[in-house]
Design a binder for this molecule. Structure first.
Ligand code: COA
Length: 418
């Protein structure tokens, strides 16, 4: 067996992209060899310096890629993020520290570049906590039993003068990016999308041999403004006695007003033949169940952690977001990765703005940098983490005070997987 030191971890050059892609497919248990066309399409994601491989005897055995992203925080500001993806280590080379080496290099480079956080969607819960990542947003998927929902089957479109139209993929590529920009700039936990996202979502660019073309709908307000969009696929399931039993699967749905969200869900639950709607990954406090007369018709089928965050710069992370109350907190942040540890004083004013600076004051709360990430977007309770022994109160009542400052009235949500 090759010793650890002989395995070279480094950015690949473009000529190594096919070998790197093969290794990634192996790690994700997909057919190893990509056809020329798919390989060419994937090259669009090659970023020199940020597409990293581990090489054993000249063969790629591990992959890692990061790219520039923006992440929205409470109050609507966006921070520069180092988005981590395509992480694999071949089964022959696991548990020899290759991920640890690739991650250490990437996080150091991100810190150096000035990124405030790193982000990822974790395949398995136990992988990333050791690198200082904490789950910062959660997701819920519902399956709606349409006949049970109690909706009037005579529905003929939004009651407020708005309308819903079926559109083509080209319209989605034209209208989608601007709509999404509006959503993500007001949705804590949302991340930026590039043009390639829309091309992949609509099949203009394909990374996989099969693509199931979705139906696309656009919601416009009575004034004609685009306020929502959704993509869904359906299966072709029929029961005995010619009974239609189709399921509509929502691939993505965005609405920038409650009226748009309500109208899109109403539409999805009004399609002839469709008896079941799978919502896709939504915010845990999505309006969805409550837009149905019988919310119990929407059963939770998935509830899981979603966006993981690694704070690289505590001062900028805490100053970027707004706060729900005025107050001051001193945080003692432990960081085994040596990137963001220290003692910080956060001061939130009545207008919601926060300032933060290193301090020598006595701490109110002690916590790991991963748990700070979990609290940062406002989704988790410091009191709950204290009960779990993950946050320590150095001053009685400090966890409760942290919740008053940090928690938000609506939960953060990341609509994307990357
Ligand atoms: C997850 C994966 C990338 C880990 O790579 P690796 O090179 O084996 O990881 P390392 O050797 O650097 O592991 C570091 C530590 O994390 C632990 N660890 C790694 N993967 C783990 C997992 N899936 N579950 C639990 N612990 C894990 C290791 O045991 C090791 O612990 P130790 O330091 O106490 O010995 C690899 O197993 C893999 O490719 N899995 C399939 C694809 C995948 O899930 N990718 C992640 C996509 S988000």
């Amino acid at each position: 067996m090759t010793s650890r030191a002989d395995i070279d971890v480094r950015p690949i050059d473009e000529s190594e992209f096919a070998d790197w892609s093969r290794a990634m497919n192996i790690g994700f248990l997909r057919e190893p060899t990509l056809g020329e066309e798919l390989l060419e399409a994937r090259r669009a994601q090659f970023v020199p310096g940020r597409t990293v491989g581990a090489f054993d005897d000249g063969r790629c055995v591990a992959t890692f890629r990061s790219f520039a992203q923006e992440l929205t925080v409470a109050g609507g500001a966006a921070v520069p993020a180092d988005a981590v993806t395509n992480v694999t280590v071949s089964p022959t080379h696991r548990r020899r520290g290759l991920l640890t080496r690739m991650m250490a290099q990437d996080l150091a480079a991100a810190k150096e570049r000035g990124d405030v956080v790193a982000t990822l969607i974790a395949a398995e819960y136990p992988i990333y906590g050791r690198y200082g990542f904490g789950p910062a947003t959660w997701t819920t998927e519902w399956t709606i039993d349409v006949p049970r929902a109690g909706l009037d089957p005579r529905w003929a479109g939004p009651e407020d003068g708005g309308r819903i139209d079926l559109v083509d993929a080209e319209d989605v590529r034209k209208l989608g990016p601007e709509l999404h920009e509006r959503l993500r700039r007001s949705q804590p936990g949302a991340v930026s999308r590039d043009e390639l996202w829309w091309q992949l979502a609509t099949g203009a660019v394909r990374f996989h041999a099969t693509f199931h073309e979705p139906f696309h709908v656009v919601h416009r307000s009575a004034a004609g403004e685009v306020q929502g969009m959704a993509a869904y696929t359906t299966d072709d399931t029929w029961g005995d006695a010619k009974q239609p039993l189709n399921t509509a699967k929502v691939k993505w749905l965005i609405g920038v007003t409650p009226a748009a969200e309500r109208a899109l869900w109403r539409y999805l639950c009004s399609i002839d033949w469709v008896v079941r709607v799978k919502s896709g990954y939504r915010a845990p406090d999505d309006l969805l169940p409550h837009v149905l007369p019988d919310p119990r018709a929407a059963a939770v089928t998935t509830q899981a952690d979603w966006l993981w965050v690694r704070i690289l710069d505590v001062v900028r992370a805490l100053e970027a977001r707004t706060y729900e109350a005025a107050g001051a907190l001193v945080l003692e942040v432990a960081d085994a990765g040596g990137l963001a540890g220290g003692r910080y004083r956060l001061e939130a004013s009545a207008d919601g703005a926060g300032t933060c600076a290193p301090t020598t004051d006595n701490p109110d709360l002690s916590l790991d940098v991963a748990d700070l990430a979990t609290l940062w977007l406002g989704d988790e309770s410091a009191v709950r983490l204290a009960a779990l022994g993950r946050v320590r109160e150095e001053r009685a009542g400090a966890a409760r005070q942290a919740d008053a400052l940090l928690r938000t009235s609506r939960r953060p949500w990341c609509p994307d997987i990357f």
